[in-house]
Design a protein around this ligand. Structure first.
Ligand code: C2E
Ligand code: MG
Ligand code: MG
Length: 578
């Protein structure tokens, strides 16, 4: 309690209230007094402010004092020391009042300034002591971390929040591998010291929103809210395992430890704290059985998915190091003249054992582990280099398009990368184009629009890929510095028969015209589709009907052969194979 006390007096009898008021004036205490005449009034007062001490008449007109007391704690989280006032000197009633959690009781006949001062001071000391005890009951003495008693309440709250935010809570159960050996060989003092260092590390390395709990022995639980997916939970667990794998510096030796972790996710594995702890425990058991120093999810599907992803990520890292990527180039042609205007670079992973892997099988993984920035930078440099090499070999300068992933747009280095690639390769001004998807733009329209503006100042043009599959509105289109709309393959493939797709395609073409943008159709596979697009006024086409994406080495001969058989209005170029 503070020196300036906030006191609530609850009594329905005017004379009794006056007696207490006078006695308080003579008590020599420094206080503010609020008065209430019944239980309901007392609760209203408690809702409005926190009191240090409450004088509570036991017999109130609406409820008995113990009911009001319980309500103050339950509803208003009252921490006040409660002193009951009673008219009777009745031993049984006294016991009942103290049993309800009051710190003291006074009979009204004995009230005086001195008695009240002593009662308040005593209540204050006793109350603080009780609060300390309660606090201690929730803290683990050795490590200073919260103990098992808080697990349920913290987790229940986190799960409720996750429900509102529509994300997950990870319950990670941790256990040091071979902790018993430390106790057996170095003694319990060393074991305790290790547990202390371990808990400091867990608290320091986690996120501020995590709650680290010592469940007992060398077993710890971490409740981590705001987890978006299993990958997020696995990264979190790996960080903890890595943190505990660093050596612990003892007084005269270094200890190398490892820990295993079991992860349960709410709400998928359950929403009941006891059940989740059981799930995490079973997962921990599996982690230990599989060889320690690792984590395991309770859900097997999640385990497999996370393991596959990790294997893919590590293969990708090696692929970057060994330069196992290759670019294929797909031509884009002018729909009216048939002239080749440029190419789109499409990456493949030339995996020694599995052969050519298409981008959709590895780009998402590369995005997740941020390797995409490095890979994307290579695509950019290699595309520019290749185009300059073709030009040097006598092919007229062509427009070169590359696909940029949303991550690359967030990377502040992208402008510098573009500058470097253009300078190093010596590519002509105005030849580079980037393709970005609608979803990448909508992520953060303002900063992306600034970035696109900067790219355009460098002569780089911007195309919106897979147009029509995202959610960009006319307002976005007006705001964004873009040059081209690329109609998605899914609309083109059903042309001209599908009325809906035909309508969307025609609408996109006229939208482009209205905004002064070029329109290109991707995925053109036959003459009928090409004819429809030409009729509707589409500017460019790309697709298997004109050419499949091909390795760089095949492009020059394809180009020369195409030029020789090209007719002014693409009559019927033969579909390419391979
Ligand atoms: P995208 O940019 O929309 O590329 C068009 C995809 O359609 C390519 O698939 C291309 O091979 C395919 N395609 C072209 N014409 C036809 C056709 O007539 N019929 C059919 N059925 N398909 C056609 P690909 O090469 O498998 O690439 C898939 C996606 O992977 C690309 O879609 C792009 O989003 C992404 N991607 C490719 N290369 C890169 C890259 O270097 N960086 C990034 N970030 N993403 C890339
Ligand atoms: Mg593309
Ligand atoms: Mg596309």
């Amino acid at each position: 309690m503070t020196d300036h006390l906030k006191i609530l007096l609850v009594d329905d009898d005017d004379v009794d209230r006056l007696t207490v008021r006078r006695a308080m004036e003579q008590s020599g205490l420094n206080y503010d007094l609020t008065e209430a005449v019944d239980g309901a009034g007392a609760l209203v007062a408690c809702a409005a402010q926190k009191f240090d001490c409450v004088f509570l008449d036991y017999r109130l007109p609406d409820y008995d004092g113990d009911i009001i007391f319980a309500e103050m704690v339950a509803e208003h989280d009252s921490q006040a020391a409660v002193i009951f006032l009673t008219g009777e000197n009745d031993e049984k009633l006294a016991q009942k009042m103290m049993g309800s959690g009051a710190v003291d009781y006074l009979t009204k006949a004995e009230i005086s300034g001195t008695v009240l001062r002593r009662a308040v001071q005593y209540a204050s000391a006793r109350h603080n002591f009780h609060k300390q005890l309660a606090e201690m009951a929730r803290i683990d003495v050795l490590t200073g971390l919260p103990n098992r008693s808080v697990f349920e309440s913290v987790l229940t709250k986190a799960i409720a929040q996750a429900g509102r935010a529509q994300n997950m809570v990870a319950v990670t159960l941790l256990d040091l591998d071979n902790f018993k050996d430390v106790n057996d060989t170095l003694g319990h003092a060393a074991g305790d010291q290790l547990l202390k260092m371990m808990s400091e590390r867990l608290s320091a390395r986690g996120r501020v929103t995590d709650t680290v709990i010592r469940l007992g022995g060398d077993e710890f639980a971490i409740i981590a809210p705001n987890i978006n997916d299993a990958q997020g939970a696995s990264r979190h667990a790996q960080k903890i395992i890595d943190a505990l794998a660093e050596p612990f510096e003892g007084e005269d030796q270094k200890l190398f430890m490892s820990c295993s972790a079991g992860i349960a996710l709410a709400p998928m594995d359950g929403t009941d704290p006891t059940q989740l702890l059981k799930c995490a425990d079973m997962a921990l058991y599996r982690a230990k059985a599989e060889g320690r120093g690792r984590f395991h999810f309770f859900d097997e599907k999640m385990n497999t998915a996370v393991q596959d992803q990790r294997a893919l990520e590590s293969d990708l890292r090696q692929a970057v190091a060994k330069n196992e990527f290759e670019l294929f180039y797909q031509p884009k042609v002018d729909i009216r003249t048939g002239q080749v205007l440029g190419t789109e670079s499409l990456i493949r992973w030339n995996q020694p054992e599995r052969g050519l892997i298409p981008p959709n099988d590895f780009i998402p993984a590369a995005e997740k582990c941020h390797l995409i920035v490095e890979i994307g930078d290579w695509v950019l440099r290699e595309t520019c280099r290749q185009h300059v090499a073709w030009r040097d070999a006598g092919i007229p300068p062509l427009n070169c398009s590359i696909n940029l992933s949303p991550h690359q747009l967030k990377d502040t280095q992208i402008i510098a990368s573009v500058d470097r690639a253009l300078k190093q390769s010596g590519l002509e001004d105005g030849c580079l184009e980037i393709e970005i998807t609608e979803s990448a733009i909508l992520d953060n329209i303002k900063s992306i629009s600034e970035l696109l503006g900067m790219l355009r100042m460098r002569g780089v043009s911007v195309s919106i890929d897979d147009f029509g599959t995202g959610y960009s509105s006319l307002t976005h289109l007006k705001q964004l510095p873009v040059d081209t709309l690329k109609i998605d393959r899914s609309f083109v493939s059903n042309l001209p028969g599908d009325e809906g797709d035909a309508a969307i395609t025609s609408a996109t073409i006229s939208l482009g015209k209205t905004f002064g943008l070029k329109v290109i159709a991707e995925g053109v596979e036959d003459q009928e589709q090409l004819d429809f697009l030409r009729r509707e006024g589409c500017d460019q086409a790309q697709g298997y009907y004109l050419s499949r994406p091909m390795p760089a080495a095949e492009f020059p001969s394809w180009y020369r052969e195409y030029q020789t058989r090209r007719i002014a209005t693409i009559g019927a170029p033969a579909a390419q194979a391979g």
